[in-house]
Design a protein around this ligand. Structure first.
Ligand SMILES: Cc1ncc(COP(=O)(O)O)c(C=O)c1O
Length: 381
């Protein structure tokens, strides 16, 4: 029997999107492919709200994050990175390992660094080349709520602004052009509700010029090749994952048919219902209120909730998949991916199953949790 996939990626994929993969293989050096690729690029631009160039990599999100570093950062380049979880940490380490100098502006996990601390980091360090921001820190369920201010700061200080939006694009506000994001990276398997394996990125003209003048000594993730192949022929330089491209194209259609505003409102309503319902069960969010994510719900375990037992029962008895914590948070939090297809059904089934598992574990749960969550959903969806 299938699972309800409430992981913070990969997440449930609609049948319509899965079925789009069941077509014949085509030649990736043909007009058939060129037509497909061009339409995917145009639809991706609409979903990213940008006129910038789009590159679609056949990789998971990490491939695109890595591309955003190796195509921009050169020896001794300084980059500021807000760090408040696993993915910010990985990004900063990647910059260092590529010869750059990552200036980490840290905050306790569950909180965002103060915006003023990022300004201070600019003041203390000359020649900052870029700010790399993980918009939604999936490991802790926090969202950076000052992306617009950060964008202005980068413009004022002449730095590139680069966003890891892997776990959020399609589930919350992300107007790439309005926020002047030079490189925006996401992945297919999260809020866009497609299978894993395609990672789109948008690249501004100034970032593109910079990359074309300083290509990295690599082949697969050298974005200069992708610009050239697209401009000359609407092709990718290497063999694309054709079935996944078809699925991704269908997933983009579904996003555009729903409309971005409605989709973002749906994610917000589902997140509100999760937080309210879980609160009624005596469970508190890991993230501080001002940083709370609308796509990843990270919740503190309470005594009597053993991670392995709790998630094991949920998956084996209720067919619901949720995630545990990373690193130091292992055993301390569980994380629900409230993204992509998420709807009243997903929220209510997940909440009622969590309540039942808590009962199985001998924990008393308020019977009001379901009606509290339902009220949030009914007024919003
Ligand atoms: C914010 C963020 N960045 C990067 C990644 C890495 O993506 P992937 O696992 O698709 O390589 C993830 C995955 O969860 C993520 O949430």
């Amino acid at each position: 029997m299938e699972y309800l996939v409430m992981l913070p990626g990969p997440t449930n994929v609609p049948d319509r999107v899965m079925n789009a993969m069941l077509t014949h293989i085509i030649n990736h050096r043909s007009d058939d492919f060129r037509r497909l690729y061009k339409t995917i690029v145009e639809k991706t631009q609409r979903v990213f709200q940008t006129q910038n160039d789009i590159v679609l990599l056949t990789t998971s999100g990490t491939g695109a994050v890595e591309a955003s570093v190796i195509n921009m950062i050169r020896k001794n380049d300084k980059a500021i990175i807000p760090v408040n979880g696993e993915f910010g940490t990985r990004l900063a380490d990647l910059i260092d390992s590529w010869g750059g100098h990552a200036i980490r502006v840290t905050a306790p996990f569950g909180q965002n660094p103060q915006y003023s601390e990022i300004e201070d980091a600019f003041d203390r360090n000359k020649d900052i080349k870029a700010v790399y921001a993980v918009y939604n820190e999936t490991s802790t369920g926090t969202t950076l709520r000052y992306m617009d201010k950060l964008s202005q700061l980068c413009s004022d200080r002449g730095a590139f602004f680069i966003a890891d939006a892997v776990s959020i694009l399609g589930g919350d506000e992300l107007p790439v052009d309005k926020w002047n994001i030079d490189i925006c990276v996401t992945a297919s398997q999260k809020a866009l509700a497609a299978p894993p394996g395609v990672s789109p990125m948008s690249i501004s003209s100034r970032a593109k010029k910079h990359m074309q003048a300083n290509p990295p000594p690599t082949q697969y993730l050298n974005l200069k090749r992708y610009f050239k192949y697209y401009e000359e022929n609407f092709e990718t330089p290497f063999t694309p994952a054709l079935p996944l491209f078809n699925a991704f194209s269908e997933a983009l259609d579904m996003v555009l048919e729903e409309g971005l505003d409605k989709r973002i409102a749906r994610h917000k309503a589902c997140a509100d219902a999760f937080y309210a319902g879980l609160d009624a069960m005596g469970l508190s969010p890991f993230a501080r209120q001002d940083a709370r994510s609308n796509v990843v719900i990270a919740i503190n375990y309470i005594p009597g909730m053993d991670d392995k037992k709790f998630r094991g029962l949920l998956s084996q008895q209720f067919r619901i998949l949720i995630a545990g914590g990373f690193g130091d948070l292992k055993g301390k939090v569980f994380r629900i991916g409230s993204m992509g297809e998420v709807s009243k059904y997903h929220v209510m089934r997940t909440l009622s199953s969590i309540a039942s598992v808590m009962n199985v574990l001998g924990l008393k749960v308020s019977p009001d949790a379901g009606s509290i969550a339902l009220k949030r959903l009914e007024s919003a969806i």
